[in-house]
Design a protein around this ligand. Structure first.
Ligand code: PLP
Length: 487
């Protein structure tokens, strides 16, 4: 690893006998350590502990925390991830003792408020999806996909076609989790190619469907940020063949209050609350990937789900439930934050979210296509995909461009995805960025395009202003060094 700035260890800045604490005088009888701990368990050498004053410790960790980058620090155009600003109000509400100090084993009558929140969130998500009922259990988008696919499987089994319907169709632009989840759920994957406009190749789809089709998984707008305008015909083709339609709604930032997966013909949907519904993400969780299904599939939902009776709210398992997909009821704290977000914005506000997200993306796309190749030049939805192939001619790759952005204080976009675009740069600004921020980003992207032509070495050497330089990303992921030893 290449360090641009040295990061000392606490031990490196330790001074013998310096302390950061004061203890009160001993008010109990003093005993020998050996009276409490057997001699064989006592250490032979002094532990090597840093000795520092309180202010030194505070400064050390504050400075370390400032080496991290997040959406609270600056712009984060990470396509497909919807790195919008998360309102602090959500955090305050999730921290209320009535939400944060309850236990999943408490009797139902003592947690009616929490159950009501889950019930209402289920109903809001159903309304947003245009479908019947949700399960809030899945902890991530990928887990929602897996649960949804198990439901599709259970549906075919209940109709006596479990064996026969073994194939899930996935477009070549799909998020990697789609084929992975389908594989884990025991299906065979069939890939349908995209057409020249970036949509599903309908003729190829017609060839693929048949009595072996369990379903189609689709992201709409697709990972190219393009709306699938043949969706009604696509839904008909799959339904006529006896299959179901799964909507990957991880990123629903373009459709809130404008269109609904249920109206497009989808049977199962998952949403990522940690993308569209403003709950924090990154670093691996916790997240929430609730699924919403059509009336016909409610009986298969994972349990327990919240139901409502005269006497109040209660937990129950749907009749032919696929069982639990997670302990208890999902990541409750995340559910509270998403609920607060939805209630705060209301129907009007949610629609505005999507309108502004789409406007911001089109604004960026309109400008950036002057400096970067735009493979699908159509009105985009919440994101769009550029190609770095013009810069590649000067020996500068998309990876170099992404690294150079870090030097200008901006998080890198998603790169090399979707796989069908060469040198892909996937940009999603979200609705929470101002025009001033977008204009600054455009300027920086223009500057990098100029540098690629006039000074490619500067781009290829990036980043030079971050604490660490270029990492071997495979090594960093497979063998992370999480602890440094003192010299
Ligand atoms: C993020 C994402 C997923 C996966 O969601 P996780 O919560 O990371 O499992 C699936 N599909 C699409 C299109 C996504 O953007």
């Amino acid at each position: 690893m290449e360090f641009n700035q040295q990061i000392p260890l606490l031990l490196d800045i330790s001074t013998p006998d310096r302390t950061g604490y004061t203890l009160p005088e001993l008010d109990v009888p003093e005993v020998e350590l050996t009276e409490l701990v057997p001699e064989s368990l006592l250490r032979e050498t002094e532990p090597q502990l840093p000795e520092l004053s309180e202010v030194e410790v505070v400064r050390y960790f504050t400075n370390l925390s400032r080496r991290n980058y997040g959406v609270d620090v600056g712009f984060y155009p990470l396509g497909s991830c919807t790195m919008k600003y998360n309102p602090r109000m959500n955090e305050d509400i999730a921290a209320l003792p009535g939400f944060s100090r309850i236990h999943p084993y408490q009797p139902e009558h003592t947690v009616q408020g929490a159950l009501r929140l889950m019930y209402e969130l289920d109903q809001y998500l159903a309304e947003i999806a245009g479908l019947a009922k949700s399960s809030l259990q899945p902890a991530a988008g990928a887990q929602g996909e897996y649960a949804g696919l198990l439901i599709i499987k259970a549906y075919h089994e209940a109709r006596g076609e479990g064996e026969q319907r073994a194939e899930i169709i996935v477009p070549d632009s799909a998020h990697g989790t789609n084929p992975a989840s389908a594989m884990m759920a025991g299906f065979t994957i069939k890939t349908v190619p995209s057409d020249e406009r970036g949509g599903v190749n309908v003729a190829a789809l017609k060839e693929l469907v048949g009595p072996q089709t369990a379903g189609l998984m689709l992201t709409n707008p697709s990972t190219l940020g393009l709306f699938e305008d043949n969706i009604v015909e696509i839904a008909e083709i799959v339904h006529d063949a006896g299959g179901l339609l799964y909507y990957d709604g991880a990123n629903a930032n373009a459709i809130l209050g404008i269109t609904r997966p249920g109206d497009m013909g989808f049977d199962v949907v998952h949403f990522n609350l940690h993308k569209t519904f403003s709950t924090p993400h990154g670093g691996g969780g916790p997240g929430a990937g609730p699924i919403v299904v059509s009336e016909e599939l409610v009986q298969f939902l994972p349990g327990p789900v919240v139901e409502k009776a005269e006497e109040g709210y209660y937990l129950a398992f749907p009749e032919k439930s696929i069982g639990r997909v997670k302990s208890f009821y999902g990541n409750f704290g995340v559910l509270v934050k998403a609920y607060a977000y939805i209630r705060h914005l209301g129907a009007e506000g949610l629609r505005q979210v999507s309108e502004n997200a789409v406007l911001n993306a089109n604004y960026l796309m309109h400008h950036l296509k002057n400096a970067y190749h735009l493979p699908y030049d159509r009105t985009c939805m919440h994101e769009f995909v550029l190609s770095g192939k013009w810069q590649k001619e000067f020996g500068v790759s998309t990876l170099d461009i992404a690294k150079r952005l870090l030097d200008y204080g901006i998080h890198a976009p998603t790169i090399y995805f979707p796989l069908i675009v060469e040198e892909a740069i996937m940009i999603e600004p979200t609705e929470t960025e101002s025009k001033a921020t977008l204009d600054r980003f455009i300027q920086i992207m223009f500057t990098i395009a100029e540098e690629a032509k006039d000074n490619p070495e500067a781009v290829k050497a990036a980043p030079t202003t971050t604490p660490v330089g270029r990492l071997n990303e495979t090594q960093a992921a497979r063998n992370p060094i999480l602890r440094r030893q003192a010299k």
